[in-house]
Design a protein around this ligand. Structure first.
Ligand SMILES: [Zn+2]
Length: 86
């Protein structure tokens, strides 16, 4: 089973954390799956919050300003948002 299928399963399966969010690093432009832990959506922010640090395999720890969501990552977040609301 591919990682993405695992993520979809865990997202659809309830409140379990995503196994890996698909992100692009703005420093090296590398795309990687990052284990961000539980994804939450703070009411006072337009950005999601991650339980764990974002780590680029090449650059190390990144801030939210250093990353872009890939299309896959965006749909993963949308699913996480939907499952967080119900
Ligand atoms: Zn990087």
């Amino acid at each position: 089973m591919k990682l993405i299928d695992n993520i979809k399963q865990s997202l659809f399966g309830g409140d379990r954390a995503a196994a890996g969010l698909n992100l692009q690093c703005q420093k090296c432009n590398g795309i990687f799956d990052c284990d961000v832990g539980k994804i939450t959506f703070p009411a006072d922010s337009d950005r999601p919050a991650f339980e764990k640090e974002i780590i680029c395999p090449k650059c190390g720890a990144l801030s939210m300003d250093d990353i872009l969501l890939t299309e896959t990552g965006q749909s993963q977040l949308t699913q996480a948002h939907l499952s967080a609301m119900d």
